[in-house]
Design a binder for this molecule. Structure first.
Ligand SMILES: [Zn+2]
Length: 425
């Protein structure tokens, strides 16, 4: 997520104190962010943008007018800070509190991705958490939040349908503490319902397949992984990460896995990595062999690519970027686990991590209600948003040997060792 503070700074132009919004900028993640990752903007200029936007005839959710406001943030930059502003900037600016947190924790997304999100929010948090239905992040979402705070001055946070939540306070540590309290409250509510429903034994409709032994899993993976890597790498090479811990196995082995996998990932901050849905292969680890798995994966991949092309054709706009790689980045295999793909080892781990979050979200949502995903058009409008495309274009060029697997023979000493160290660098 992202956080912000409104602080008083000395204006380099006038020498006078001025209110500055420091908000986590575009790119990078909060955990490793430092001062360089935050953009700084004149708070009053951001508020003044509401007039500029309000006077536009063509304003509205997902309108060109809304997207153009993002370009205006540069004009509101304080002290020549070069960090690009996030599309979430208006959310932080328009909430009238000194400190604002916007997060996507699993327990909260589980509520946000429940069919009866609004009712559940009321039940769990009483009147202190407001509710806003799904809206693509931007100026309109910021204005909607501002309206909620105006109408209900007692709210301390807002549940964002199919997305996450936002919370605030005028005191720094109180804001942090309150954010954690909300997450704990959501998690406690979910765990109580989850355990009452039967807990791990009945999760995702109960077990359909059993996990293979570690030896069998390794053997099957050794038989199919090099081939599978070739298949998903038809456009661009990928590096894979295999995950086969108890949690992910419980999901891929379950009765509901096929249905839930098809519904796809809900939180937009997740599916940019995981694609809108994974490839789940209906293979019986107890009665079928590796050759059968390979055949089913081949058929599954073909269907997945066709589905993706259809989704693109159905949802695209006149100015949409060209269709991206139609191959899945997450593959789910009963009895074996998950294989996640990325441009390097670290990215493939992140893909896996995000799908773990998706599984946790589905577990929570199904425990308290029914899990729902974003409508396809909304998912597309995030995935192929011109602003996301701009973000991709800002990424540094890939290194010469990116996406490659390299084996150095004789790397224990001498030239081999030196070569291995150079490659890692
Ligand atoms: Zn968000």
């Amino acid at each position: 997520g992202n956080t912000s503070s409104k602080a008083s700074e000395k204006d380099p132009l006038t020498g006078q104190p001025v209110e500055v919004l420091w908000v986590k900028g575009s790119g990078g993640d909060l955990r490793t962010s430092t001062r360089e990752n935050f953009s700084s903007l004149y708070q009053q200029k951001l508020i003044d943008l509401q007039d500029l936007y309000g006077n536009r005839e063509d304003k509205g959710l997902k309108s060109p007018a809304e997207d153009e406001m993002v370009g205006m943030y540069t004009h509101a930059t304080f002290n020549l800070n070069p960090r690009a502003s996030s599309i979430d900037t208006p959310l932080h600016s328009f909430i009238p509190a000194k400190f604002v947190d916007h997060m996507h924790p699993n327990a909260i997304i589980a509520i946000a991705a429940s069919q009866n999100c609004e009712k559940l929010t009321e039940e769990i948090f009483g009147g202190e958490m407001g509710y806003v239905p799904w809206m693509r992040p931007g100026f309109e979402l910021g204005l909607a939040m501002q309206e909620i705070v105006k109408a209900k001055p007692d709210v301390k946070s807002i549940m964002m349908g199919q997305h996450g939540f936002i919370s605030w306070d005028d005191e720094e540590k109180a804001c942090y503490g309150y954010t954690l309290d909300c997450i704990e409250k959501a998690a406690a509510y979910i765990e109580e319902k989850y355990n009452a429903k039967g807990g791990d034994a009945t999760v995702f409709g109960g077990e359909k397949y059993q996990t293979l032994s570690p030896e069998q899993r390794r053997e099957t993976l050794a038989a199919i992984l090099p081939w599978l890597r070739g298949q998903v790498s038809q456009q661009k090479r990928f590096i894979g990460t295999v995950q086969d811990d108890a949690k992910i196995l419980r999901f891929v082995n379950s009765k509901d896995a096929a249905r839930l996998a098809e519904l796809g990932t809900s939180c937009p901050d997740h599916f940019l990595r995981t694609k809108i849905k994974p490839l789940y292969v209906e293979w019986n680890p107890q009665s079928e062999d590796a050759a059968a798995l390979k055949n089913k994966l081949a058929a599954g991949l073909e269907a997945y690519r066709e589905d993706y092309a259809e989704y693109y054709a159905m949802c695209k706009h006149d100015n949409s970027p060209a269709m991206r790689d139609p191959n899945p980045t997450v593959v789910l295999i009963p009895g074996i686990g998950m294989v996640a793909w990325g441009k390097d080892k670290s990215e493939s781990r992140v893909t896996a991590e995000f799908y773990n979050c998706a599984v946790e979200v589905m577990r929570g949502a199904e425990a308290i209600d029914t899990y729902i995903s974003l409508p396809q058009q909304e998912a597309f409008d995030i995935e192929y948003w011109l602003l996301e495309e701009a973000k991709l274009k800002r990424m540094p060029a890939e290194k010469e040997l990116a996406r490659q697997v390299i084996i150095v023979v004789g790397a224990g000493s001498g030239i081999g060792k030196e070569t291995a160290h150079r490659l890692v660098k």
